[in-house]
Design a protein around this ligand. Structure first.
Ligand SMILES: Cc1cc2nc3c(=O)[nH]c(=O)nc-3n(C[C@H](O)[C@H](O)[C@H](O)COP(=O)(O)O)c2cc1C
Length: 307
């Protein structure tokens, strides 16, 4: 399944591991890149030293292309992006801010992918020189805006020429097929990759996600100050009542869920796509199955209607 995204990034399959703080770490990133997708290493919560260490570790696990994700709204964004540029990471993905590094990335042959959740931000990112966009719908874990993937992908497709990666709500081959039909040329998945064998997330939290339906998320700005989606749990419901917290406390609560499986006190970002997650497959098997299912669906599509 070749698209402009697979060609731009030099990957085999149009499937991307979303940059997820705490979760998209070197082993998972390399597993996705080694399976023919693109892993995005999440460096937003890291110190510059730790970001450099993880970039080098990822390189030691894979010879294939990978990306980093930086949230430009964060105070240390300039320093960690600088590290990624010094390390000449092949693909730089940014969200929540204005990129100042596009020419520098292009100068070493890298690519820049902007993450957007509104048409006007897509147009701006293309004007600034981005090579591709992650288009994030409301269904997504963490920070999406109001428009759903169903509406946002065709509207962005109509407004820009660069290729699109659909994010928010994707978990299987039907989603990949639909994304391609709507105007995207790859999908990026977060929640689905949380529940894989290689993911560092604690088994209890993986199990909790499997048991949760598409209805079991909370969308609120109480968790980190921006409207965002989290898994519904005793921990996330309690925070909804007690209100916003400091960054150190927020990180502590997230680590409780991610690393210790404690959803009584901690919380984790997840998307509506959790409703479709029923198993804990190895990354390579998941990617192969999604591509095979999408190809089958697209091949059979003409049999579903009569002209
Ligand atoms: C635990 C977690 C952490 C995330 N951290 C980041 C981040 O650091 N930067 C970012 O741009 N997006 C972050 N996201 C959002 C994802 O990149 C992606 O947009 C989202 O997971 C897509 O929706 P899905 O989960 O339905 O696939 C995070 C998502 C999760 C689940």
């Amino acid at each position: 399944m070749r698209t402009r995204i697979t060609e731009l990034l030099g990957i085999k399959h149009p499937i991307i591991l979303a940059g997820m703080s705490w979760i998209s770490e070197p082993k998972l990133v390399a597993a996705v890149s080694n399976a023919g997708g693109l892993g995005i290493l999440a460096i937003a919560p890291l110190s510059p030293e730790e970001a450099r260490r993880q970039i080098r570790e990822t390189r030691s696990f894979t010879d294939n292309p990978f990306a980093i994700n930086a949230m430009l709204i964060n105070r240390n964004a300039k320093e960690i992006v600088r590290v990624a540029l010094e390390e000449r990471v092949p693909v730089i993905n940014y969200s929540l801010g204005r990129p100042w590094f596009i020419d520098e990335v292009h100068a070493y042959g890298g690519k820049v992918i902007g993450s957007i959740a509104m048409v006007k931000h897509a147009i701006k990112a293309e004007e600034l020189g981005c090579d591709a966009l992650v288009v994030t719908g409301f269904e997504a874990a963490a920070h999406g805006a109001d428009p759903t993937s169903m509406v946002l992908i065709p509207l962005v497709d109509e407004s820009v020429k660069i290729p699109l990666i659909a994010a928010g709500g994707f978990f299987d081959g039907r989603g990949l097929a639909a994304a391609l039909v709507l105007g995207a040329e790859a999908i990026s998945m977060g929640t689905r990759f949380i529940v894989t064998k290689e993911s560092v997330v604690h088994d209890k939290t993986k199990q909790k996600i499997i048991e949760s339906s598409e209805l079991d998320t909370i969308y609120s700005n109480v968790y980190d100050g921006l409207p965002g989606r989290v898994l519904c749990s005793p921990g996330s419901e309690a925070i909804l009542k007690t209100g916003p917290m400091e960054k150190a406390e927020r990180y502590r609560r997230i680590e409780q869920s991610v690393y210790h499986g404690d959803n009584e006190h901690g919380f984790i970002y997840t998307g509506q796509s959790q409703g479709g997650i029923k198993d804990i497959p190895p990354v390579a098997e998941l990617i192969d199955n999604i591509v095979a299912e999408a190809e089958k669906i697209l091949g059979n599509a003409p049999r579903r209607y009569r002209i």
